[in-house]
Ligand binder design. Structure first.
Ligand code: FBP
Length: 555
C-alpha cells in the first residue's frame, strides 16, 4: 500500500517525545497505588450511593514509588474507546496507554473499538500496534479508531457489552470521554462489579469544552489546544477589525454547557465584548437585556466614530438565559413525550404547531416570538445523552438580528447615528482536531500511561488524574479519582439520572473576575491581543505555556 503523504510539520511532530511525569520513569512495576480516605459524591449522596452500591465511596488513589513486580507477571488485554466530540490529543492517550501496557509486559495487548461505544456493541475493533501508532503520535483527530456518541444504556446493551468484552478476553476498558461518556463508564464499572465480572473500567477526561474538571482533574484534555486555535483566529479577526474599522464581528465559540472557551479566548485576545453564560444566568438576564448590553456598547463606540468591534458568544449562551433555559427544558420533555407522533410528521411547521399546543402558554409565546430558523433549530434531535445540540443553533445570527432591530429603533429616535455592518462566525469544528500543543501532547500521553497503570493494578470506576499541571510535565502528580465522587442527580430526557456534574465558570474565580475588572476598558478601546498560532518549536515560554484559565485557577 502506498504510504500516506504527510505534511513537513506532521513529520517533525511524529518525532516529538512527550515528557512523562517523573513517577513513571522506571515503568509501572515500580509504582504502588496509595489509597486515601473514602469519598462521597458531590451531592445527592444517598441517591447516588443507592444507585452505585458496589463502587460508591471508593478512596482516591495516588501513585508513589514502590515495588510492584507482580503486575509484570500477568498478561492483560485492554480495550480503548474514544467517545463523544473530538479533542486534540486523543491519539496520544492511546499511545501513552499502549506504551504503559508494553512497558509492564511486552505480551500485553491493546485493542481499539471502532466508531465510539457502538464499536463495543457491534464488536468492531482493531488491534493497536506500534507500527500503526507510529503514524499517529502527536497528531490531532480521533481517526485512528474514530469516535461516536452512542450511549450504552439499555439492559440489553449492558449485556451485549459484557458478552463482547468477555469474548475478546478483555481485562480492562478505557473510556476516553467527557462528562456523559464518563458517567457511562461509571455505570459500566458498577454493572461489572454487580455481575461479578472481572473487567476494570477506567475513564480519561476529554473535552475541548473544559467543563470536566475539579480539584483533581485540573483540566480536560483538548481545551488547551482548541482554545489556542480559537484565540489565534479571534486575534486575527481583532487585527482585521482594527485595520479595516468597518465591521462588527459576532463570533460564537464552542462550549455547549459552560463558557470556559469564550472566557479563555476573551482573556487571551481582549475583544470589546465577551458574553459569559454563567453570568447571564446568575443575573437572570432576559434575551432582550443581553441584547441591550451589546447595543449600549455599539452606541458608545459609534459616538467616537468607532463603528467596529468584536463580540464573543459562548455556544451555550441560549441555555443560560433563564426564559430560554425554561423553554429548552420544557421542549426536551415535550419532544421526548411526543417522540412517536413527531416522527410521523414530515413537516417542521406541523411539528412546531403540535409542540406549541403542548407547551405552557408563556413558553409557547416565547417560541413563536423567535426567528423561524432559531425555533426550528431548537427542535432538532437531542444527542443520545438528551442534550440539545447547541452547535447547530445560530445564536450569533439571532443576536445580530436583534441588535440591528434595536439600533434601527434608536436611529429613528435620533439616539444613534452610527453604521452597523456585521459578520457572523462560528468557531468550533476548526479547533477540535488540531495537532495537540506540547501541553496537550504531554498531558494526553501521561493520562493514557496513567490509565494503563490504573487498569493493570485492577482498579475500576476511576478517572485518570494527572495534577499540578502548571509545573513542568516531569513534576506532574498522578493517580485516580472515583467516578462516583463527581456525580449528582440531574434531569435528562424527562427523567432524574445520576450524571457527572459539569464544571461551570465560577463567577468568583480569578479568570472571570479578571474579565470583569477589564471589560469596561476593552469595550471602548482597542486593547486587542494577537496570540498568533500554536508554536511547537522554540522557547519553552512560548511552546509550553498553559491556558490563562489554568494559570489563574492554580494561583
Ligand atoms: P464533548 O463534550 O463530547 O467533548 O463535545 C463537545 C463539543 O465539541 C461541543 O463543544 C459541541 O457543542 C459538541 O461537541 C458538538 O457535537 P457534535 O460533534 O456531535 O456536532
Amino acid at each position: 500500500m502506498a504510504k500516506l503523504k504527510i505534511s513537513e510539520l506532521q513529520a517533525e511532530r511524529l518525532k516529538y517525545k512527550p515528557t512523562l511525569p517523573g513517577i513513571f520513569k522506571n515503568g509501572p512495576a515500580s509504582i504502588k497505588p496509595v489509597f486515601e480516605k473514602p469519598t462521597k459524591s458531590i451531592s445527592d449522596q444517598e441517591t447516588v450511593q443507592k444507585l452505585f452500591p458496589n463502587t460508591y465511596g471508593m478512596p482516591m488513589v495516588n501513585f508513589r514509588k514502590g515495588k510492584n513486580q507482580e503486575i509484570s507477571k500477568k498478561t492483560v488485554t485492554v480495550g480503548v474507546v474514544l467517545s463523544g466530540g473530538q479533542a486534540p490529543g486523543g491519539h496520544n492517550v492511546i499511545a501513552g496507554l499502549f506504551d504503559g501496557l508494553k512497558k509492564t509486559n511486552t505480551k500485553n495487548k491493546l485493542i481499539g473499538f471502532l466508531g465510539g461505544p457502538s464499536g463495543i456493541l457491534e464488536n468492531k475493533w482493531k488491534e493497536i500496534t506500534s507500527q500503526l501508532l507510529n503514524e499517529y503520535r502527536n497528531t490531532g483527530g480521533f481517526d485512528i479508531i474514530q469516535s461516536g456518541r452512542t450511549k450504552i444504556e439499555t439492559p440489553e446493551q449492558f449485556e451485549q457489552t459484557k458478552k463482547n468484552l468477555i469474548d475478546n478476553k478483555i481485562n480492562a476498558l478505557v473510556v476516553v470521554g467527557g462528562d456523559d461518556s464518563n458517567t457511562n463508564a461509571a455505570l459500566l464499572a458498577e454493572y461489572f462489579k454487580r455481575e461479578k465480572v472481572n473487567i476494570s473500567v477506567i475513564g480519561v477526561p476529554k473535552t475541548i469544552d473544559g467543563d470536566l474538571k475539579n480539584k483533581q482533574i485540573e483540566t480536560s484534555f483538548g481545551f488547551d489546544t482548541a482554545t489556542k486555535i480559537y484565540s489565534e483566529l479571534t486575534g486575527n479577526i481583532c487585527r482585521d477589525v482594527n485595520s479595516a474599522r468597518k465591521y462588527w464581528h459576532f463570533i460564537r465559540l464552542m462550549g455547549r454547557s459552560a463558557s470556559h472557551i469564550a472566557l479563555e479566548v476573551g482573556l487571551k485576545t481582549q475583544p470589546n465584548i465577551v458574553l459569559i453564560g454563567e453570568e447571564v444566568l446568575a443575573k437572570k438576564m432576559t434575551l432582550s437585556q443581553v441584547v441591550d448590553g451589546i447595543v449600549d456598547i455599539v452606541v458608545k463606540r459609534a459616538e467616537t466614530k468607532k463603528n467596529f468591534g468584536v463580540v464573543l458568544i459562548p455556544e451555550g449562551l441560549i441555555e443560560f438565559i433563564p426564559e430560554m433555559k425554561e423553554l429548552i427544558s420544557a421542549l426536551n420533555d415535550t419532544l421526548a413525550e411526543n417522540e412517536e407522533i413527531l416522527k410521523s410528521m414530515a413537516n417542521i411547521e406541523e411539528k412546531k404547531n403540535l409542540i406549541h399546543t403542548k407547551l405552557p402558554g408563556n413558553l409557547a409565546s416565547l417560541m413563536i416570538s423567535l426567528p423561524n430558523t432559531i425555533s426550528s433549530q431548537l427542535m432538532l434531535d437531542r444527542d443520545p445523552h438528551g442534550n440539545v445540540q447547541v452547535s447547530q443553533i445560530e445564536t450569533e445570527k439571532l443576536l445580530v438580528s436583534m441588535v440591528k432591530k434595536k439600533l434601527s429603533e434608536l436611529k429613528k429616535d435620533g439616539k444613534y447615528t452610527g453604521k452597523f455592518s456585521t459578520i457572523a462566525h462560528f468557531f468550533g469544528y476548526e479547533g477540535r482536531c488540531g495537532a495537540p500543543s506540547n501541553f496537550d501532547a504531554n498531558y494526553t500521553y501521561s493520562l493514557g500511561y496513567n490509565s494503563a497503570v490504573l487498569a493493570i493494578n485492577g482498579l475500576t470506576g476511576y478517572l485518570s488524574s494527572v495534577r499540578k499541571l502548571t509545573k513542568k510535565a516531569g513534576q506532574w502528580e498522578c493517580g485516580g479519582i472515583p467516578l462516583t465522587m463527581m456525580m449528582n442527580i440531574e434531569r435528562r430526557k424527562g427523567k432524574e439520572k445520576p450524571v457527572i456534574k459539569k464544571a461551570l465558570v465560577e463567577l468568583e474565580g480569578i479568570p472571570f473576575t479578571t474579565l470583569l475588572k477589564n471589560r469596561d476598558v476593552w469595550a471602548v478601546t482597542e486593547s486587542y491581543i494577537y496570540p498568533g498560532p500554536i508554536q511547537y518549536f522554540g522557547p519553552y515560554s512560548v511552546t509550553d505555556m498553559t491556558t490563562v484559565t489554568l494559570k489563574y485557577e492554580q494561583k
